[in-house]
Design a protein around this ligand. Structure first.
Ligand SMILES: Cc1cc2nc3c(=O)[nH]c(=O)nc-3n(C[C@H](O)[C@H](O)[C@H](O)COP(=O)(O)O)c2cc1C
Length: 267
């Protein structure tokens, strides 16, 4: 049975989950949502099983994923599933947001929705878990991803999780995210440590970074994925004073090259 999984990822957690589910299912095409940004109109997957794998942002969906969901035409697919990776919560509201976009636009919701806790990466607020703690989270996530893949391969119907607190949080914080995310890159800065390697430009799934005088400049169409900060090889990108002291995170099962490949070109 043919499966297509659409994924969006800043620091590799969601991409790692998508890759592992794809490997377990077999006959699966992995399509980065960022690679569809330059295309217009509906997305029509030729597959019986369709998945969406992405992180939770502010108890909701990354902006690029919400726009993508509006374009997705599930057509005659037999099974529609989503996996939301998160740093500790918010997946129920995010899954419900996705389900409601699909229902409203396409008259067809998710057959199954899952959340997987992975290392949090929102470095604008906190340092990602490091060392032993990070390894424990990733080991538990691997078990959950294997169980999700088994459930998806059986095409089990899985009711979306429900949390009133999460719903309230979503209503309180997601509107702020929606209106500020694009321009919150004004909080990013670059230090003299920058070696002008262009990694930040290449990993940015939103094509939001250009090099001016060999230094990164953000164009205010940010997804806030924090990939540029985490992936800079010399930790030259900061978001305020605290991030200089904090470690950087990338999922160990995803390479920088794979993050770069999420979009088709880097113009
Ligand atoms: C802008 C932003 C907002 C986030 N909001 C939440 C959240 O509301 N709840 C949560 O548990 N984790 C949150 N996180 C953490 C990510 O959901 C989590 O680390 C995810 O696994 C990252 O996936 P990625 O590596 O594929 O980008 C947020 C991260 C970012 C960058």
């Amino acid at each position: 049975m043919k499966t297509v999984i659409y994924s969006f990822s800043g620091t590799g957690n969601s991409l790692a989950a998508a890759k592992k589910i794809a490997a377990a299912l077999g006959e699966t095409e992995l399509v980065p949502i960022a690679s569809l940004e330059d295309t217009a109109g509906s997305v029509l997957p030729a597959a019986e099983r369709i998945g969406i794998v992405c992180p939770v942002y502010f108890s909701g969906l990354p902006l690029m994923v919400a726009s993508f969901a509006e374009r997705l035409e599930p057509g005659s697919a037999q099974y529609l599933f989503a996996v939301l990776t998160h740093g500790g919560g918010g997946e129920s509201a995010a899954l419900r947001q996705l389900d409601s976009i699909l229902r409203q636009r396409k008259g067809r919701g998710l057959d199954a929705g899952f959340g997987v806790m992975m290392p949090g990466n929102y470095i604008m607020m906190y340092e990602s878990p490091m060392g032993q703690k990070q390894q424990e989270i990733l080991a538990k996530a691997d078990e959950e991803i294997a169980a999700i893949a088994a459930s998806v391969s059986r095409m089990e119907k899985v009711a979306l999780p429900s949390s009133l607190i999460n719903r309230i949080l979503y209503m309180l914080i997601y509107p702020w995210f929606r209106s500020h995310a694009r321009t919150d890159d004004k909080k990013f800065s670059v230090t003299d440590a920058c070696i002008s390697c262009g990694t930040c430009v290449e990993v940015c799934p939103a094509k939001n970074i250009g090099l001016v005088d060999k230094k990164p400049v953000w164009k205010h169409r940010c997804e806030l994925c924090c990939s540029c900060i985490h992936t800079c090889p010399v930790k030259a990108i900061q978001a305020g004073a605290r991030t200089e002291k904090w470690g950087r995170y990338r999922n160990p099962d995803v390479t920088v090259a794979e993050l770069k490949m999420q979009k088709k070109d880097t113009s």
